[in-house]
Design a protein around this ligand. Structure first.
Ligand code: CA
Length: 449
């Protein structure tokens, strides 16, 4: 069952960390996302779990060290790293403790001698990937994205017959998942011969793209050979982040048949450094996207009443682009698309259930990507491959016949150029609740080596 709405979502909750009370912050007291910070202290490098509140990090390991002093349950607060915290099952209680400690009017932590070491100014550059990612799997759960891309690659047969029966996915590469802010080196790879029967070339990718996605983290394992049922799937999902699945379209076109994406996707994937937990997302759950008339209903093991009624997550997602020239001229990044995660054909519970339905054992720290989030409208297309495509079935993937994006400098983009920065943002809003956000997921393209 999805996490329920309780007193931790009360919109009136305010913090003595004043920046948390700004209505535009991504990080009010109702959010409390988790991240891993690395910092030097006394000549040594330390990693710690932090939550973010307004413009401050709050160090959970430091709170753990003085838990008794703060009147907290020492057993509950014995935590070492984020995996520890995820698997302990103590997060909902720790979330409540944190809200109390940080609430306006509570001076226990505020007046503590070590408060300045616990509540520290934000520096996003100190954040790592939140925890070691064991396995990374990427899905393809937007029917709009799958239809658009299918039309380009296979005009006569855009949506393969399995699409409406299984959440299609592939096993990705965990080692190259990087946190927001890490520069992305343009990959090199084999590109198709320019004429039939010719020889392929090995050179820098020419059609580099981003993919706007959401990621979600597995927080509880299942035994090998024991599938997770759809009714239990939400118990195994700890939280969500933003994900940019950088994609080399020309490498992809040459390699993807017969076994699917490989080097076109394995050179880098960027995630936002904060895990927004399923508890924080509770007020923003919504109905799963209704299937159009004539579409098959999911098989029984991928279907449940709870999933139909509240399996969706309403996150508004935006993509911004800034070229090197725009930054030189002091221009703000330009928003190039906008759409909601609620329009996905498959829910996160269905993706996880399907992943384990063979008996595959999922493990804490596994990252699952949703696939490119595209909505029905043109402005909701989640990658340049779709955004610059004019919808003509005779207009194939290679970059020649596309309608380029126009940047405010007069520059044009069909795909990403060196120096371009892609910024993903995501937030949730609903009448009667505090707005919460995911922070940012950024990456700048560096020239190939
Ligand atoms: Ca993808």
């Amino acid at each position: 069952m999805p996490a329920t709405i309780d007193e931790t979502h009360d919109p009136k909750l305010e913090s003595w960390i004043e920046s948390a009370n700004d209505p535009s912050t991504d990080f009010p007291l109702q959010n409390l996302p988790l991240a891993t910070r690395v910092a030097e202290h006394d000549g040594e490098v330390w990693q710690s779990i932090v939550t973010r509140v307004g413009d401050s990090f709050v160090n959970l390991n430091h709170i753990s060290a003085i838990a008794e002093d703060l009147g907290l349950d020492q057993a509950r607060w014995t935590l070492f790293d984020l995996e520890d915290l995820m698997t302990s099952g103590n997060w909902p209680a720790i979330r409540k403790d944190l809200q109390e400690l940080l609430a306006k009017g509570n001076d226990t932590l505020r007046n503590h001698a070590e408060v300045d070491e616990i509540v520290i100014p934000v520096d996003d550059e100190e954040l790592l990937v939140p925890l070691p990612i064991g396995d990374y799997t990427d899905f393809y759960a937007s029917v709009h994205h799958a239809t658009n891309v299918g039309t380009m690659f296979r005009p006569d047969n855009p949506l393969l017959p399995n699409y409406k029966w299984i959440p299609v996915g592939y096993h990705g590469r965990a080692s190259s998942v990087v946190p927001s802010g890490v520069a992305i080196r343009r990959p090199k790879g084999q590109l198709a011969p320019s004429e039939d029967g010719g020889v392929p070339s090995y050179e820098p990718c020419k059609l580099l793209d981003y993919e706007l996605e959401m990621g979600f983290f597995v927080g509880r394992e299942n035994e090998l050979g024991e599938p997770i049922s759809i009714d239990k799937a939400e118990d195994h999902i700890f939280g969500m982040c933003l994900l940019n699945d950088w994609s080399a379209r020309d490498i992809q076109k040459w390699e993807y048949q017969p076994l699917g994406p490989f080097l076109a996707k394995n050179f880098a994937s960027t995630i936002s450094p904060y895990i927004v937990t399923m508890e924080a997302l509770a007020p923003f759950r919504c109905e799963a996207e209704k299937r159009p008339e004539g579409d098959p209903q999911p098989l029984k093991h991928l279907d449940s009443k709870a999933n139909r009624e509240s399996g969706g997550v309403d996150v508004m997602l935006e993509v911004f682009l800034s070229s090197a020239k725009m930054r030189e001229q002091g221009m703000e990044p330009m928003r190039i698309s906008r759409g909601s995660f609620k329009n996905m054909y498959w829910t996160i519970a269905q993706m996880l259930t399907h992943h384990s339905s063979s008996g595959c054992n999922m493990q804490p720290g596994d990252l699952l990507g949703s696939g490119t989030v595209s909505g029905p409208a043109r402005e909701a297309r989640g990658c340049l491959l779709e955004l610059t495509w004019d919808g003509d079935k005779d207009n194939p993937v290679p970059g020649t016949q596309r309608t380029p994006l126009k940047l405010p400098t007069g520059e044009e983009r069909k795909f990403l150029a060196d120096g371009d920065e892609v910024i993903l943002r995501g937030y949730c809003e609903r009448e009667g609740y505090r707005r919460i956000g995911f922070g940012e997921c950024r990456g700048i393209i560096e020239p190939a080596k």
